[in-house]
Design a protein around this ligand. Structure first.
Ligand SMILES: [Zn+2]
Length: 235
C-alpha cells in the first residue's frame, strides 16, 4: 500500500525557510520527567492551557521533574474542563498545549506553512479540502495571527511497530516498557489506522493516503513536499 509523508520543502537557506513559513512557539505544556531515563515528547494537545495556570512555572519551563511532581501537575490540570478525564497516556511528558504563539510570514501566498515540522498551518481552502476528505483525522486550531488559517493537530496515529508494542507501561510516567528497538521509518499495513491522514507513531512523521495526495495535487497546493512511503504487507 502506497502512502506519502508530507513535510516542508527543502530550502536553500534558513532565511528562505523562515520567509515562507514564519515561526511558532508553544509556551505551555508539561515538563519532561526523570523516570525510565529522562524523557519528554513533543506531542500537541488540542486543548487550551487553563488561563489560571499560565503563570505556573512547571507548565512554562521545560526543566524535567520527578514522577511525583509530574503526577501533581497532572492532578492540577484534571480540575479543569477538558482535562478531567485524561489519563497518563493522554498527558505525556513534554506534551505542548494551546495556544501557540505564531508569527506568520510577512507575505502569505502558500497553502501550507511549516513553522515547526510537527505543526503545519494550512490555508482556508486546504482546511476545507481536509474537512471534506478526512473528517475526524485532525482538529483545526484557528490562528488569529493569520485570519482563517488553522493549525493542524493530527489525532490519528499508527500502531507502534510490533517490537515496540507493549501492554505494560510505567505507571509513574506512562512510558511503554519496551522501548529498546531503534526508531526507524518502517510501516506495515497492520499498523495503519482508519482515515486519510495520521502520524507515524515512532517519528511523528505525517503520513497521508495516495487518495488524499491526489486531491492535494489536483488542488495545486503550494509549499509542501511529498516522500513516497511503502507500507509492507507483513513485518
Ligand atoms: Zn517511568
Amino acid at each position: 500500500m502506497k502512502l506519502w509523508r508530507i513535510r516542508k520543502p527543502d530550502y536553500r537557506t534558513d532565511r528562505e525557510e523562515r520567509a515562507n513559513n514564519g515561526s511558532i512557539k508553544f509556551p505551555f505544556g508539561l515538563p519532561g520527567v526523570e523516570c525510565c531515563g529522562t524523557w519528554g515528547g513533543c506531542d500537541l494537545l488540542d486543548l487550551q492551557c487553563p488561563i489560571e495556570l499560565r503563570k505556573m512555572r512547571a507548565l512554562t519551563e521545560r526543566r524535567p521533574v520527578i514522577p511525583d511532581e509530574l503526577e501533581e501537575i497532572r492532578s492540577t490540570l484534571r480540575r479543569y474542563p477538558g482535562f478531567a478525564n485524561l489519563g497518563i497516556m493522554d498527558l505525556t511528558p513534554g506534551m505542548r498545549f494551546m495556544p501557540p504563539r505564531f508569527s506568520p510570514p510577512r507575505i502569505v501566498d502558500n497553502d501550507f506553512l511549516w513553522p515547526a515540522s510537527e505543526a503545519p498551518v494550512v490555508s482556508p481552502r486546504v482546511a476545507a479540502l481536509l474537512g471534506r476528505s478526512c473528517p475526524g483525522s485532525f482538529v483545526g486550531i484557528p490562528m488569529p495571527e493569520c485570519s482563517d488559517w488553522i493549525l493542524l493537530i493530527i489525532k490519528r496515529r499508527t500502531l507502534p511497530p510490533i517490537e515496540r508494542r507493549s501492554d505494560r507501561i510505567c505507571s509513574r510516567c506512562g512510558r511503554p516498557n519496551k522501548v529498546s528497538a531503534p526508531t526507524k521509518l518502517a510501516i506495515f499495513e497492520d499498523m495503519i489506522p482508519e482515515g486519510e491522514m495520521f502520524l507515524l507513531d515512532t517519528t511523528l512523521h505525517i503520513l497521508i493516503t495516495d487518495r488524499l495526495k491526489q486531491q492535494l495535487d489536483e488542488a495545486g497546493v503550494r509549499n509542501i513536499a511529498f516522500d513516497p512511503i511503502m507500507a509492507h504487507a507483513k513485518p
